[in-house]
Design a protein around this ligand. Structure first.
Ligand code: 5GP
Ligand code: MN
Length: 340
């Protein structure tokens, strides 16, 4: 983190009253883990903090220390509005454009409190008083650790803080295997283990708590797998009907797209998930090597993210969205064939 950014954050913290910490819509392990880790650290230093999320988070994260104090805008809009109105400092974590907070965007824009952004996605918007943005970072949770270190707070990291930050780093790095995992990431993980995080228990809580419905839905997803060898591409689709008949719950499709990416020779993988209630098809993109799914998602599907992991959406139905995708692919044939 550069010195100016750190100095600004220190100044903002010095004069701050209530602090709100916000993650992105459909929060994942990194959004929740980084927010709770930072919140517990700041609270321990005497600050008043409140974590708020645009909507609910998956069941497999619902054991994280202090997660029961999170306020969700979709369930309790009045409560979240109050917290934001009272805050005089707002941390935005794991996203870099306010529209990533869905309906909460309006409430955030109304606030006069300065923002501090901590994020590792590409192309950050310029709205924060302090922007700590680093696209080379494995996760926002790793960045929160670096902020704590810069604030001379490593000795203050508790078991609860380290459990949250470990979870965020673990989930965003696919258990320390994606390319953004560095020697420094592992050093941070070592410090978090020393501070009390139990890696093996965390793995079990996140990965070995699948419901039978989720595993059956995975079976449907794998049956629907289509491979396009000419484009080194594979995609999966799930219709609303398929989701309904397997009692789909938030988070159940997490990680499915990685099965498409694991097919030999495939460097571009996509999952299309129909959401009739919102009238959209939600899309997750993954790639290996130099092919940028951030660019692809931004250019065609109102999305973005990282080079190798991005998301987006279409306002069309499932079949129409897939057809659109297939019609776009030939424009990328060269890039896909020659990607390193
Ligand atoms: P996922 O596919 O797991 O939902 O998201 C992959 C990555 O892309 C995550 O880092 C996530 O924050 C980002 N992402 C997901 N959906 C969107 C979107 O609609 N817009 C943008 N800008 N980023 C997204
Ligand atoms: Mn992240």
């Amino acid at each position: 983190m550069n010195k100016d950014t750190l100095d600004t954050i220190i100044k903002l913290l010095d004069r701050s009253g209530p602090i709100v910490i916000v993650g992105h819509k459909n929060p994942d392990g990194d959004a929740i883990g980084s927010s709770l880790g930072l919140s517990l650290f700041l609270r321990n230093r005497g600050h008043q903090t409140q974590v708020v999320m645009p909507n609910d988070f998956p069941e497999f994260l619902k054991w994280l220390p202090d997660c029961s104090n999170i306020q969700c805008y979709d369930r309790n809009p009045g409560e979240v509005r109050n917290s934001i109105e009272q805050a005089n400092l707002i941390f935005v974590l794991d996203f870099n454009a306010l529209e990533r907070t869905g309906d909460l965007e309006e409430e955030l824009r109304r606030s006069e409190a300065p923002f501090v952004m901590i994020d590792h996605h590409q192309q950050p918007d310029d709205f924060a008083a302090a922007t700590y943005s680093d696209v080379s970072m494995s996760s926002t949770s790793e960045m929160v650790y670096h902020l704590i270190e810069a604030l001379d707070g490593v000795k203050e990291i508790s078991t609860d803080m380290s459990t949250n930050l470990y979870t965020g780093i673990m989930t965003d790095t696919g258990s320390f295997r994606f390319p953004a995992t560095t020697a420094t990431t592992h050093r941070v993980i070592a410090k978090l283990i020393e501070a009390g995080a139990n890696g093996s228990e965390i793995h079990e809580q996140i990965y070995d708590t699948n419901s039978p419905d989720k595993i059956k839905l995975l079976g449907v997803a794998l049956k629907n797998l289509e491979i396009l060898p000419d484009f080194r591409t594979a995609y999966i689709s799930l219709s609303q009907k398929e989701l309904d008949s397997n009692n789909f719950r938030k988070g159940d499709t997490e990680g499915f797209v990685n099965y498409a990416l694991s097919v030999q020779g495939v460097i571009f993988a996509v999952i299309f998930i129909e959401n009739k209630q919102e009238g959209i098809t939600k899309i997750s993109f993954r790639s290996k090597g130099s092919f940028s799914v951030n660019e692809f998602a931004r250019s065609h599907f109102n999305g973005g993210g990282h080079t190798n992991a991005a998301g987006g959406r279409s306002n069309k139905g499932l079949r129409a969205t897939i057809n659109e995708f297939i019609s776009i692919l030939p424009h990328y044939k060269n890039a896909l064939i020659h990607a390193s």
